[in-house]
Write a protein that binds this ligand. Structure first.
Ligand SMILES: [Zn+2]
Length: 288
């Protein structure tokens, strides 16, 4: 039995937590990328190679536009209300990120939404799973259970926690669409030990926190997200980070301090360029 508690965080584990690995092992070896491949001559292309991570064109785009995104009232006892909330926020995320990709000259398709109420199967894993929410690159879908997520987050009524979780999973889709995810998976696979592989995973997870922050920051006026709400999501970022005493083999999401740091960095800066967790040659303490 899992106990999820905002104060202490969800039960730790390699695949648990809101910030589950973006695709899981099956998809890495399964269908590669179901998105349109880069179109032929003249069309926008996804970047490839080393620079995908460190110098992605997405990093050169402006702050996310402060589009109107008033949060619908959320009744966490009602799966319909949760689904409606998630759909409204995903509409905003689609609009915000599509604009960034246009500006970067990159192709973009929005993610598919699987806001489920019945158990099921994805190419990455069955659900419900220890991961309260996850992104599966193989079918480019965000999986969140409308009742499951509320239960796993201890029935919190703070809508901003669910918005942050959704924006984090969406951040993995952004990584997928910009070519980051595929390149990072390739590099991670070359590593020989879990410790070395986790160093890659943490950078991806902390970047997703930061991407989530850029969105929350951009919509904070219209949502609205108050100073109290910010404190709540930052506390949640700590709670869902790696536990302080986790062994190296299980450190996939970063320390509580870094989980907060990158979410906060995104909220303050609101631009994807502030989220480059891949190029910190002098200070990799931020991705521990
Ligand atoms: Zn994640």
């Amino acid at each position: 039995m899992l106990t999820w508690n905002l104060a202490t965080g969800p039960t730790p584990g390699p695949e648990s937590g809101p910030a589950a690995e973006p695709s899981g092992e099956p998809s890495e070896y399964g269908p590669r990328d179901l998105a349109r491949p880069p179109t032929g001559e003249g069309g926008p292309r996804r970047p490839v190679g080393e620079g995908v991570l460190t110098a992605n064109p997405l990093y050169d785009t402006d702050r996310l536009s402060s589009l109107p995104c008033p949060a619908p009232d959320l009744d966490v006892r009602s799966p319909e209300s949760v689904t409606e909330f998630l759909n409204a926020l995903t509409d905003c995320l689609d609009e915000a990120w599509a604009a960034q990709f246009r500006q970067a000259g990159l192709p973009y398709d929005p993610p598919r939404r699987v806001f489920w109420t019945e158990e099921g199967t994805s190419p990455c894993r069955d659900y419900p799973s220890a991961a309260g929410a996850f992104y599966c690159r193989a079918d480019q879908s965000i999986y969140i259970g409308a009742a499951d997520v509320v239960e796993k987050w201890n029935h919190t009524r703070e809508s901003v926690v669910y918005a942050s979780l959704l924006a984090h999973e969406y951040g993995h889709h952004v990584q997928g669409e910009s070519g980051l995810l595929e390149h990072y998976h390739e590099q991670r696979r070359l590593e020989e030990t879990p410790k070395e592989r986790n160093a890659w995973t943490r950078k991806a997870e902390l970047q997703a926190n930061c991407f989530a922050g850029t969105f929350l920051g951009a919509v904070s006026v219209t949502y609205p997200i108050t100073a109290d709400d910010r404190a709540v999501v930052l506390a949640d970022a700590s709670a869902t980070a790696d536990p302080e005493d986790a062994p190296d083999e299980e450190r996939t999401h970063g320390s509580a301090e870094n989980g907060r740091y990158w979410l906060d960095q995104g909220m303050r800066e609101q631009s994807p360029g502030a989220c480059n967790t891949w190029n910190l040659p002098d200070d990799d303490s931020l991705v521990q």
